[in-house]
Design a protein around this ligand. Structure first.
Ligand SMILES: [Cu+2]
Length: 802
């Protein structure tokens, strides 16, 4: 069979793509073996066959999909299917969406029996949501979020805790910041429902994942290692995509479909609790949905019973979704409102005393012939207020320092997937993101000249606009070889208007800043190339290279004050230090080489071991230079200016699963493990980079026995003694935590329960920064110490579908 390149001349785009593919690999395409058959049966939980279920297969490489419907005896059959890996989805009204990966080769699978479960929650049965044109790199992970994850996760970032390559920096209760392969914060692209929003706070108290509640998350995807250009941009560490459930539509033959779930949780340490509601009413063509949550949490206690102050938070989220589908079109309009009235930050001088945001996100998806167009337009408006929160008011100094920040994001993203044969496809895309930022700190009466008589203009019409385009080609050259190659350009324009301080005391810095040429244009060129080789049904290898660029953020460039107090307000590192911007910063450029080897059973369902070594060299890594140091009592702090220095990060991720028993009596037992080691260095000084997660691993045993799932988990973290001397980062000892998770389905109700840190171990968080609250409580006299993690906590959760 030939590859259909003869048809290519009909369309110039196709012709160019083929030319491009040929350019990438001079390999002459060998003839492919004949296509094969894949068949099976759909069953309900009692073993009866299900007629009329939709079975969809999405080719992992090309993104092309095929759909069949099961016959009266529940049988389904795909004929003439090219060999390769597929994502299988089976849906039928009233049942949870079934989904898994399958490897199709000469032997089938034949007679793959699929047993559907009763719909628990949020697992919509729409099949328009499959995403052709997506290639999932082996080093990436994608997983659905279940009710148990929601009951124990305080914020959406915590849903990433088990993803290989990811680690979490403790920030406020809602504002945990994910790192990928040691790359923190802005170095990781975070996409929530297709939107990219910027943290507007100078302390990053409102990072992108703080705007979405775990109860409204259906799926998280983590691309560590080599991130294809179509998923990256303006980031060097990888991409995290968090998606809410797809809109629900009534099934064929159903007039009006309603569904919803009401859930609630309680966690003992910090007494967190809150209800959430997800509900929708739909016809086959229209859908109206609502998702809302309210959560409240108090300060937690560490393993020695010490109250860790400023770990409280409260948050409300409301999201409305209007959707319409028909004739290959899907429209989704989402609008939402978020309000966090307070949230403490134990590792900051300031706390959040208000964060209100509104967003609108419009998505249009169209299937035109075989191509798929996916376009979004989004807007988000944030008003953020900081001050010294309730727990910190123990120090006899001016305890009032309001800081008001206003951020707006406006953007679009367009992706067009063009599968021109079953094995070759092209994806084109463009993105725009315009971020506008104002930050004013009102004068505090009676404190002139330090904090008055005028307001302090920290950021005046800061603007960061980014326009991007990319092209990416997927090729399945033979049943065993595939490549994904892309190029991308992001142009970033940054600027900020003139500033002024509280008083004349700040004039020298303000005048110097105002005299600078502040407008900057960064032209970033990215490229990624991945090659996958699957020599057998048990082995997969992937190798890749990426060049990734991130332009400086607005505070890195335009934080202008070198004054000691005001520069202490610029700090998203939780290290207690004082930061000054640098207009002349260059974008950081990362060159990453990474590979993944995966050993697995034929179905990827019984066992798998995955190993991903990587090395990144970052030219002009945005680090810091020391300007000054100062002692307060027994503690030293640094004033640091952002500066470009080269750096290198090497590491390895290991993950695996194995089904270790399976019987009617004892159910199914599965062992999972994930671990990582990494090492980060400045290449000029040879010193450590900030907040590199020490060697760590998690092992879990999960049993599924009828309606009960769950098991114990052990989390091991090595001591951290490779630290950043410039930020005065402290060593932390190693520790081990034992957790237990369980879920029980009774009729339609689901119950969750378990505990974290069951042995009540006392430990320092390796990525928690310093405990500034305790230092402040000592009257700025004591020795500042790392932040301690929460002690033993029990949780329960319940969800009621209706
Ligand atoms: Cu803030």
């Amino acid at each position: 069979m030939n590859l259909g390149t003869g048809k290519a001349d009909a369309r110039p785009g196709v012709f160019l793509a083929v030319l491009f593919s040929t350019f990438i690999s001079a390999a002459i395409l060998p003839a492919l073996p004949g296509n094969v058959e894949f068949s099976g049966t759909v069953l309900d939980p009692s073993g009866h066959s299900v007629a009329g279920a939709s079975i969809t297969l999405v080719n992992s490489l090309t993104g092309t999909s095929r759909k069949v419907v099961s016959d009266s005896s529940g049988q389904y059959r795909f004929l003439e299917l090219p060999v390769g890996t597929y994502h299988l989805k089976v849906s039928y009204t009233g049942f949870a969406l079934y989904s898994r990966d399958v490897t199709v080769d000469e032997n089938g699978p034949r007679n793959l029996a699929v047993t559907l479960r009763i719909a628990a929650r949020k697992e919509s049965v729409t099949i328009t949501s499959s995403a052709p044109g997506t290639y999932t790199p082996l080093g990436g992970t994608q997983r659905g979020v279940n009710a148990n994850d929601e009951a124990r996760s305080l914020n959406a970032a915590e849903l990433l805790a088990e993803a290989p390559g990811a680690s979490l920096r403790d920030n406020g209760g809602l504002a945990t910041i994910p790192l990928l392969h040691g790359m923190d914060d802005d170095r990781v692209k975070v996409v929530t429902n297709g939107m990219t929003v910027s943290p507007s706070c100078p302390n990053h108290m409102n990072p992108p994942l703080s705007y979405i509640d775990p109860s409204n998350v259906a799926q998280v995807s983590v691309m560590a290692g080599i991130t294809p250009v179509s998923m990256g941009g303006d980031s060097i560490g990888g991409t995290i995509a968090v998606d809410s459930p797809q809109p629900v539509f009534a099934a064929p033959g159903e007039r009006v479909h309603t569904e919803g779930v009401l859930s609630t949780f309680y966690r003992s340490n910090g007494e967190s609790y809150g209800p959430s509601l997800v509900a929708s009413i739909s016809t086959q063509h229209f859908s109206f949905g609502y998702a809302g949550t309210w959560t409240n949490t108090d300060d937690y206690r560490d393993g020695r019973g010490h109250l860790v102050t400023s770990t409280y938070a409260q948050n409300t989220n409301h999201v409305l979704t209007l959707a319409a589908q028909g004739a290959g079109n899907l429209f989704v309009l989402q609008a939402g409102f978020q309000n966090a009235p307070y949230e403490g930050f134990p590792n900051q001088q300031m706390d959040l005393v208000g964060n209100r945001s509104e967003f609108v996100n419009f998505r249009y998806r169209r299937i035109l012939r075989k191509t798929v167009l996916d376009a979004r337009v989004f807007w988000q408006n944030v008003r953020h207020e900081m001050n010294i929160g309730k727990d910190k008011s123990t120090f006899p100094m001016p305890m009032w320092m309001p800081m008001d920040t206003h951020g707006r994001d406006l953007g679009y993203s367009v992706k067009w997937a063009i599968p021109f044969t079953e094995r070759h496809s092209l994806q084109l895309g463009s993105e725009l993101q315009r971020f506008t930022l104002n930050s004013t700190w009102p004068a505090v009466p009676g404190t002139a000249p330090y904090m008055g008589p005028n307001p302090f203009i920290s950021m005046n019409e800061g603007v960061r606009s980014r326009l991007a385009w990319f092209a990416e080609v997927n090729n399945q050259w033979t049943p065993h070889w595939a490549t994904l190659v892309g190029i991308r350009n992001d142009t970033v324009w940054s600027n900020a208007g003139p500033v002024s301080g509280y008083s004349d005391m700040y004039s020298m810095d303000a005048d110097a800043f105002n005299a600078l040429k502040r407008s900057r244009t960064d032209v970033d060129l990215d490229a990624s190339a991945l090659a996958r080789y699957e020599p057998s049904a048990h082995l997969s290898f992937e190798m890749g290279y990426a060049r990734k660029t991130r332009a400086p953020n607005l505070y890195e460039r335009y934080a202008w004050s070198t004054d000691w107090m005001t520069s202490g307000m610029i700090n998203w590192f939780g290290d207690g230090n004082y930061y000054v911007g640098n207009v002349n910063l260059k974008p950081e450029v990362a060159h990453t080489v990474s590979g993944t080897a995966s050993w697995h059973d034929r179905t990827h369902n019984e066992w798998e071991i995955k190993v991903t070594p990587y090395q990144t060299y970052v030219r002009d890594y945005i680090d810091v230079n020391e300007l000054a140091t100062q002692m307060y009592g027994m503690s030293t702090f640094s004033q640091l200016m952002f500066a470009n220095h080269d750096a290198r990060v090497s590491g390895i991720d290991v993950s695996g699963t194995a089904a270790i028993w399976k019987s009617a009596r004892y159910g199914r037992g599965e062992l999972t493990g994930v671990g990582g080691w990494l090492h980060g260095r400045r290449t000029d000084t040879g010193t450590g980079l900030y907040q590199m997660m020490p060697l760590n691993a998690r092992f879990g045993l999960k049993e599924t026995l009828k309606r009960l799932t769950g098991g114990p988990e052990i989390q091991l973290v090595d001591r951290k003694n490779d630290t950043d001397p410039l930020r005065l980062e402290q060593h932390t000892p190693g520790y081990a935590l034992v957790n237990l998770n369980a879920g029980y389905q009774w009729w339609h109700l689901r119950f969750e329960g378990g505990g974290t840190n069951l042995l009540n171990r006392w430990y320092y968080l390796p990525l928690g920064g310093v405990n500034f609250d305790d230092f402040q409580a000592s009257g700025w006299m004591g020795q500042i110490m790392p932040l301690t993690g929460p002690g033993r906590s029990f949780y329960v959760g319940m969800s009621v579908p209706f």
